[in-house]
Design a protein around this ligand. Structure first.
Ligand code: VGL
Ligand code: ZN
Length: 206
């Protein structure tokens, strides 16, 4: 339906069980995401796409371990295992993901010194990815968001979508979370507090 777009966040090998930054049961969403994609005319994907030595990698900060945090000029940064390095198999989209309607793939996190969970704005909160402009130009103002991980890239994408004025809904069962120290509950609280809608795929009436 025109006006509506499915945003599929970071369904990439490194976020699958066995991957460098595995999201528990992340692989389970792939068949559901494919069924959802079949019901939308417009689909945009995101792909976490870091250069080697990216600032979000613990390995870039001597003495630091994955899942610790550091303070950067733009705020607190969680440090991750090296993941989604440009051109590697881990950065590739899951091979079963249906890409027939993937009109646009937004690659994010490609600046060496800035992370980007959100598909709209990088972690400095000022560098835009261009997605808002694309969606506005195509008059797609109602967004359904799914993918990995609920509490990081999905949540930041949904929050920024809402802040940019898009009608935004997260399809909960088409997402899986990392859940680091309560991050999942906090993410839902924040999303629901700003008017992001939360539904199950069964409620999707389209
Ligand atoms: C993600 C942590 C680091 C995500 C990406 O896709 O949620 N999380 N990079
Ligand atoms: Zn990343």
């Amino acid at each position: 339906m025109s006006g509506t777009c499915l945003v599929v966040v970071d369904v990439q090998n490194d976020f699958m069980p066995g991957g460098a930054l595995a999201v528990p049961r992340g692989d389970e969403i792939v068949p559901l995401v494919n069924r959802l994609e079949a019901r939308f005319e417009n689909v945009v994907l995101t792909q976490d796409w870091h250069p080697r030595g990216h600032i979000s990698f613990a390995s870039s900060h001597p003495g630091k371990k994955p899942f610790e945090t550091i303070e950067l000029s733009y705020g607190t940064q969680v440090l991750w295992p090296d993941h989604c390095v440009q051109g590697t198999a881990g950065a590739a989209l899951h091979f079963e993901l249906n890409l027939a309607k993937a009109h646009l793939v937004i690659r994010k996190g490609h600046h060496a010194g800035i992370d980007s969970y959100s598909a709209f704005l990088e972690a400095d909160r000022t560098t835009p990815t261009g997605l808002a402009g694309y969606l506005r130009e195509r008059k797609l103002d109602k967004l359904y968001v799914c993918g990995l991980a609920t509490d990081f890239c999905v949540a930041w994408t949904a929050l920024d979508a809402r802040a940019a004025g898009f009608d935004t809904t997260v399809i909960e069962d088409a997402c899986r979370a990392i859940d680091l120290d309560g991050s999942l509950a906090r993410a839902w609280q924040e999303m629901q507090g700003t008017g992001v809608k939360r539904i199950g795929s069964a409620e999707l009436k389209r």
